[in-house]
Design a protein around this ligand. Sequence first.
Ligand code: MRU
Length: 351
Amino acid sequence: MKLDIIPVKWSDEGVLMLDQRLLPTEEKWLTLRTYNEVAVGIKDMVVRGAPAIGVSAAYGVALAAKTFVGTDITDLEDEIEFASDVIGKTRPTAVNLFWAIDRMKRTFLAAKDAGKSVIEIKQILIDESKAIHDEDIEAQRLIAKFGGELLNDNDSVLTHCNAGALATGGVWGTALGVIRGAVDQGKNVTVYADETRPYLQGARLTAWELMQDDIPVTLITDNMSGHVMKRGDIHAVVVGSDRIAANGDVANKIGTYMVAVLAKRHGIPFYVAAPLSTVDMNCPTGDDIPIEERDRTEVTHVKDIQLAPEGVGITNYAFDVTPNDLVTAIITEKGVARAPYVESLKAQFES
Ligand code: MRU
């Protein structure tokens, strides 16, 4: 394994993002010089995946401070509020976005209360955004370790969407981190990747990412997962999450719920891997999680090719919620949480 995919980086010129819209056929990096550009990058899926969105949002707020021209701390505060608002309006389901913005705002207020100057606060916010990134990578490393221990030698694992290094601060990933963790522990693991319609994160990103690390991967269309489970070809399902409610209900890429139901039917463990920054203790249940709806063309078209008749009715829910009774365990950087999640997740925050 190379373990070298880091999809977003801070640089003196601005925020660098690997343009995930172009993968797997082109590897192109964009330099985003303003917080507005970062917000557009998140909304347009240059970067995607909940933890990667969180890291990018933190860098966006840091960029707003860095590019601020002036010496008045109240004006800087207004600028940070405004930038946070713009960035916060990009993707409603991934809670890491709001978690990272809140943390950056709290850091600003603490620095202001401590009497720091505008110049000092700019550096403090840049340092905080880098810390959020470093901590995310460390959380994925621990998820990989704890999750890897749940898999057995020669397991074949089904995953949905892309919950890999590309979807996080980088290196390990969450669901793919669990797989990388098992491989790192010397186990043979093979992967089935759902293509993940409509945006095809599985086909475009998961397949590419695993091939970079020489982990054997077989791509299937979404409607094949029941058949491969019934054949006995799947030993575990591992997915990531965009937001986990306090009761363990899991929002993840559309189609995850179907996979969880199928896993239950076939007695296959269904694991969710996510850092605690994805757990929203302010959402009591999955019913409280806002579900993003995206542009109709993602369903009617693949790139420029039209698949459906002009004018057909469309819904394009980007996420669904898997009820906690279908979830075998939730793997975080603190360990493996099991039902009842209201207690086990709370205990992880307190540990
Ligand atoms: O719409 P996306 O590509 O941002 O959705 C991503 C997912 O649903 C991932 O599974 C989730 O964010 C977990 S990423 C570690």
